[in-house]
Design a protein around this ligand. Sequence first.
Ligand code: FE2
Length: 286
Amino acid sequence: MFLSSSTDYREWRAAKLHSYPTGVDELIVNISGLADLDHRATAAIRSSCRRANMAIYSCHNTVVDRAAILAFAAHFGLHRIDRHLCANDDGVAELTVASEGARSDYVPYSDRSLSWHTDGYYNEESSRVRAVILHCVQDATTGGETAALDPEIVYIRLRDANPAFITALEHPECMTIPANVGNHGEIRPAICGPVFSYDASDGAVHMRYSARKKNIRWREDPTTTAAREFLSELLVDESGPVLRFCLQPGQGLISNNVLHNRTAFEDRPPQKRLLYRARFFDRIIS
Ligand SMILES: [Fe+2]
């Protein structure tokens, strides 16, 4: 595979760094609407995903429903949706502040900030989240900004700094998420696995990560600790490769589950910030 051959890796690394966007503007693709995607827009979104594992689409027609999200996803080979705990029956979740019910127990359904993570870091390997669409229906009055970073860039930065960081983060017991236990018993068992793994079919880098301090158990090993510290510094580096943006109504992020976070936000009633989110077990065909 290209990551294990030093010549192939050097070529891949150089190409990746050469094509990685220098600013958010390079990620944005204007489209008429999710339901009427033309070849030009499809090609532009795929091109951005090849460069940065993500694209921001911006719809001229901002009227979008959940079915349109799924139809849009299918253009990019995203069919196997993750029907997780808080999603609707069609698998699409509505991220908005929930003041009661099961969703109110989870930070994504609050107005609080979300620390750096990849989606589904608590999923088993068999249900790895490879792609995510996050579509903004209504933005907040203030806040709700997103920062994002391509896991392949994280991989390169870590390997440049110390190849042993990669080995530590590939360890099958690197990161453990304790069981999720509710009032009526265990909702999800403890999940243990690596940060970096690679798809068997094409060697694509997959990253599983959460910066949460609580409810994460890291393998006690000096190299793992040093790798985590290096990554933490990379994520807060204002002059580093992190891309920051605030999705506007009609805009969305389609990505191969890149690292991301969210700042806290404030709604102005009766309008509530609302994002549709769909997670897939497929990677974007690019
Ligand atoms: Fe997320």
